[in-house]
Write a protein that binds this ligand. Structure first.
Ligand code: GLN
Length: 480
């Protein structure tokens, strides 16, 4: 059920928040998906508080009694937050992230913390010390990553909504592979206070839901000012609920670079069909080119790794996090704690990031990537002179099988081609189901908008959803 359906049942006293929670927990307990790392023992109390409010006739906040899952790199006071890393395996934050404070104020029932790629580094949710997340549409496949646990939980009805984080596509890509909606908001629109940092200039907290309106409601709840995060530029709360007529006159740019040979035919065909459908319903398609997109994956992996090597420098085995028992000197303590605490991919990024920032190589790599970032921003700016939003597939194909041996890690990096540009430029983007490919697995379409144009993206996706009879219908029938 959607949030508004559940709310109606709650207000009509046809169901209690406690019953909603226990129905979801039952699914979690019988699930094979490995979507959760830790369940929240306070959830029952939060649900009972909603029921108390209802029986005493108090006004209900927007997410009252709604089970919401939270990615495990977002701090929750008193509730273990691991980043799926041995480094933080036993870390219990002393405070709530800004977005979690907002969730609680909105009455949400935080059901648990979701599995992910370690520190958000990965695209398949296999880089986790807690084991891989499985895709509810086919458990032999990946749920995508790095917010794979959040996407799987929502798609399987183990939560109504979920928070994810998106540094290079980690909300949109798992949303696409699990057949749900994912929103990556404009850089600066959500608080990152209490978000355990991976690449600070790229990441935002995003949302996942089974319908556009659900994801948009959660995004409205978490967007807004926070004095604890100086990069959060919001002056007031945002109302991101969809408006009618979102496709009428909408000029949709179609960049040739995001329909190239890196992307599977099934993804390209499904997205093009969806775009033609939108054209029939009032949108205007504008073929265009943003040549800088060709360098976006390279620029992303240089910038993200550089920032990761800096951000992860704080894990020294002394102040917090895993501390090695095997040490003599201070240097050994630090080295052994890091060797034992970080997984392979995290180490690779730290090495890569340290390398691209090191003297002699910074000019060759980091500064060139930073220059490319400016050019990519200019490329998008120019594109927006002839269109309102930019469309592409959300991922290069359908969900990959779990356990694929990859000898070359850059193979997986290139699969981020569709999503990283929105992070490099700070632009908002949405992914929504637009059809299905091999074995009826879902495919997603992405729309990228101008800064703070979330509502336009949401309204366009909502129009598509309404006109097609809902996303489950679109996935089941293979497309439009
Ligand atoms: N797949 C990308 C990476 O590994 C994006 C991750 C993310 O958005 N957190 O860096």
């Amino acid at each position: 059920m959607t949030v508004s359906q559940l709310r109606e049942l709650l207000l009509g006293r046809k169901i209690s928040a406690e019953e909603i929670l226990s129905a979801h927990l039952e699914r979690v307990h019988s699930s094979q998906l490995n979507a959760y790392i830790t369940l929240n023992e306070e959830a029952l109390r939060a649900a009972q508080e909603t029921d108390r409010r209802i029986s005493s006739g108090e006004d209900l906040p927007p997410l009252a009694g709604i089970p919401v899952a939270v990615k495990d790199n977002i701090s929750t006071k008193g509730l273990r937050t691991t980043c799926a890393s041995k480094m933080l395996e036993n870390y219990v934050p002393p405070y709530d992230a800004g977005v979690v404070e907002r969730l609680k104020k909105a009455g949400a029932v935080i059901i648990g913390k979701t599995n992910m790629d370690e520190f958000g580094m990965g695209s398949t949710s296999e880089n986790s010390i807690f084991g891989a997340v499985r895709n509810p549409r086919d458990p032999s496949r990946s749920a995508g990553g790095s917010s794979g646990g959040s996407a799987a939980a929502v798609a399987a009805g183990e939560a109504v909504l979920a928070l994810g984080t998106d540094t290079g596509g980690s909300v949109r890509q798992p949303a696409a592979l699990c057949g749900i909606v994912g929103i990556k908001p404009t850089y600066g629109s959500t608080s990152r206070s209490g978000l355990i940092a991976f690449a600070s200039s790229l990441e935002q907290v995003g949302t996942l839901g089974r319908t556009t309106a659900d994801a948009a409601l959660l995004q409205s709840v978490i967007s807004g000012p926070d004095p604890m995060d100086p990069t959060c530029v919001m002056k007031s709360e945002a109302d991101l609920s969809p408006e009618k007529g979102g496709l009428l006159g909408l000029r949709i740019g179609v960049p040739e670079e995001l329909f190239g040979d890196k992307i599977s035919d099934s993804a390209k065909t499904a997205v093009m069909k969806a775009l033609r459908f939108m054209e029939k319903h009032g949108a205007v398609l504008v073929p265009l080119s943003i040549p800088e997109l060709r360098y976006s994956v390279s620029a992303y992996y240089i910038i993200a790794s550089a920032e990761a090597s800096s951000n992860l420098g704080r894990y020294d085995g002394i102040r917090f996090g895993h501390s090695s028992q095997d040490h003599g000197s201070l240097a050994e303590l630090c080295r052994n704690s890091r060797s034992e605490g970080f997984g392979r991919e995290v180490k690779r990024r730290i090495l890569l990031g340290t390398y691209v920032l090191s003297s002699g190589y910074a000019d060759r790599y980091y500064r060139r990537a930073a220059a490319m970032r400016k050019r990519l921003c200019a490329g998008f700016e120019e594109a927006f002179s002839s269109c309102d939003v930019i469309a592409s597939p959300s991922a290069v194909g359908t969900a990959p099988l779990l356990g694929q041996q990859r000898t070359d890690p850059t193979e997986l990096y290139t699969s981020d081609i569709c999503t990283v540009s929105a992070n490099i430029t700070g632009l908002p983007a949405i992914s929504f189901p637009c059809g299905s490919g091999e074995s009826s697995l879902p495919l997603g379409a992405q729309l990228i908008g101008r800064k703070f144009a979330e509502k336009q993206l949401i309204s366009a996706a909502f129009a598509f959803e309404e006109l097609t009879g809902g996303f489950e219908n679109v996935i089941r029938s293979g497309g439009v």
